[in-house]
Design a protein. Structure first.
Length: 562
């Protein structure tokens, strides 16, 4: 792919010096009327993260970028100016919009050069929570802070249950090493195997948040996972949570939940009923550990009048009940398309002279004198050797030759591994940091394979027509060099429903644009195709997409005349 490096930028790194830059602001809430214009400027900013200040990028000087609050059925005009580090586009994630404003470089628009600008016309046909981010080197630019939310207010005032307050929170992580953001290469994406995990969690752009709520208050949390690769499992012990919406609008059946899992780019809408005054924590909980996302103080001043009573009501969405009636037919139908998710991984370290020892990168105790797979997790055994130049890489690359882990303790890093596969098919942490940071698209290839044609990634040539409903089977194959979960994303040609996971019918429907396909899992989706154009399908782990896990498909405006 083109790399779109800023002319004159040092080839070996992006700028990192925050001195003289304006401090990043919290996001502004911009309520936009139909037809209104907005200016969105990409600029470097200085950002305080724990005990250090780092250089990041912001939309209009804030991280996250401004929240756009718009009405369903409206349209706004967004003038984007790029004063960032490299060419960019803005992708309006989850919105069904006009193809030429989808923000895919070279396919729907010419990239916006540094110093350049582009005008988007964005429309909002569906209520719910969406977001925007670049579509060039997201592994770098999204990590640097370029993301923001869009809240589309439904035309029907009774669409959502009553709540006292809306709180929008992005979930992210940032990799800090030696007081700086861990280096990126302008020439290639690194951490291609697992994606780049951060060691500082950011909620609403902040490493530690303090929120307040009143006793008996119902607060609506609008959650978006903007991380490169980390999956979040959000819990709030001591308060009650009710799941009311997902990627694109409300769920079929509201349900009380104790936790909500969000893969990169997924959204969840959760109503929280706070009880007695006290101290609570919004948490991210993995099978192995609990992280605090935000401290919440529940004060004694009673919310009144409170929608607490209506909180007990579990509502049903009539438009999804209608869809449910046709679901059995779709569950039984053979898939129209079958897409396999596989990995090819080369040895990261070149074998030296003499006998070679192979080991599992996740389970170092599993070794062999022959190539093969780890009996515990199915991963390809890789050559182990004393520290030396990694196979097929220049020595000047960051951390080249390093095999040790120098990540700070206390941030959830643990190289010892907790067993690939006992996290419910989700890689909750980077359990192979030393290997992961040396992986690039050159030695780690993530592949989508169309099982009917045999075509892989960009060679896949799917053609649909507006009005099609397409059943797509996603198969995350265990017979792969590095089995791992993948959040599979379809651009705005339409929306989809999850039909079944491993043959089990989805109990609670919601319109989606991203689905998490866990390790070894098969997920059937029903794609409702509504917008003509050239659209992308890809894994939303930024590093996987950069290593090729993507393709584009065409949607014709009308049925061809026979
Ligand atoms: Cu992936």
């Amino acid at each position: 792919m083109d790399q779109h490096v800023r002319p004159g930028a040092p080839a070996e790194s992006f700028p990192t010096d925050p001195s003289g830059l304006t401090e990043a602001l919290p996001p502004a809430l911009l309520e936009l009327a139909d037809g209104e214009d907005l200016r969105l400027r990409i600029d470097p900013v200085a950002k305080r993260v724990e005990d250090t200040t780092v250089r990041m990028l912001g939309y209009n000087g804030s991280i996250p970028g401004p929240t756009l609050k718009v009405r369903q059925g409206s349209e706004v005009i967004v003038h984007v100016t790029n004063d960032g580090d490299l060419d960019t586009t803005v992708h309006w994630h989850g919105l069904r919009l006009e193809n030429k404003y989808d923000g895919v470089p070279h396919e729907t628009q010419t990239p916006i050069p540094v110093g350049g600008s582009f005008t988007y016309r964005i429309r909002f046909p569906d209520p719910g929570l969406y977001w925007y981010h670049p579509h060039i080197r997201e592994d770098y630019t999204q990590e640097m802070g370029l993301y923001g939310n869009i809240l589309v207010v439904p035309a029907d005032p009774g669409y959502w249950p009553p709540a006292d307050r809306d709180v929008l929170l992005t979930l992210d992580d940032l990799l800090i090493e030696d007081g700086k953001i861990a280096p990126f290469s302008p020439a290639e994406t690194t951490y291609t195997a697992m994606g780049r995990f951060g060691n500082v969690l950011l909620i609403g752009g902040e490493p530690d948040r303090s929120l307040t709520a009143r006793a008996a208050e119902v607060v609506r949390l609008w959650l978006t996972n903007t991380a490169n690769t980390r999956v979040f499992n959000v819990t709030l012990p001591g308060a009650r949570m009710k799941l009311i919406g997902g990627d694109s609008g409300r769920v079929e059946h509201e349900e009380f939940v104790s936790e909500v899992i969000l893969a990169p780019s997924e959204r969840a809408v959760v109503d929280v009923l706070f009880g007695q005054p006290g101290q609570l924590e919004l948490q991210h909980r993995t099978p192995d550990r609990t992280y605090r996302l935000a401290a919440i103080t529940v004060t004694s001043d009673q919310a009144a009048p409170s929608p607490a009573e209506e909180f007990e009501v579990l509502r049903t969405a009539p438009e999804l009940v209608v869809v449910r009636e046709f679901l059995d037919t779709w569950l039984e139908a053979p898939p129209d398309k079958t897409l396999a998710l596989v990995a090819e991984m080369d040895d990261i370290i070149a074998p030296g002279p003499g006998p070679v020892l192979y080991a599992c990168p996740m389970h170092p105790e599993v070794t062999s004198d022959q190539p093969g797979r780890c009996p515990q997790c199915g991963m390809k055994l890789l050559v182990t050797a004393p520290a030396g130049p990694p196979a097929g890489r220049e020595q000047s690359a960051p951390h080249a030759g390093g095999t040790g882990d120098d990540h700070g303790a206390g941030h959830g890093y643990h190289e010892e591994g907790h067993g690939h596969g006992d996290g419910g098919g989700i890689e909750w942490e980077d359990d192979m940091v030393a290997v992961n940071r040396l992986t690039t698209p050159a030695n780690m290839r993530w592949i989508l394979v169309d099982r009917d044609s045999g075509a892989a990634n960009a060679a896949i040539d799917w053609r649909f027509t507006v009005g099609d409903r397409v059943k797509i089977r996603l198969v995350n194959e265990m017979d792969s060099d590095h089995p791992m979960h993948h959040p599979f994303h379809l651009h705005g040609a339409g929306r989809f429903l999850v039909l079944a996971r491993d043959g089990v019918a989805e109990p609670n429907l919601v319109w989606k644009d991203t689905v998490l396909v866990r390790t070894g899992q098969t997920v059937d989706i029903l794609f409702d195709v509504t917008e003509p154009g050239l659209w992308m399908a890809h894994c939303h782990i930024a590093e996987h997409m950069q290593s090729g896990m993507m393709f584009s498909f065409t949607v014709a405006r009308t049925e061809a005349v026979r």
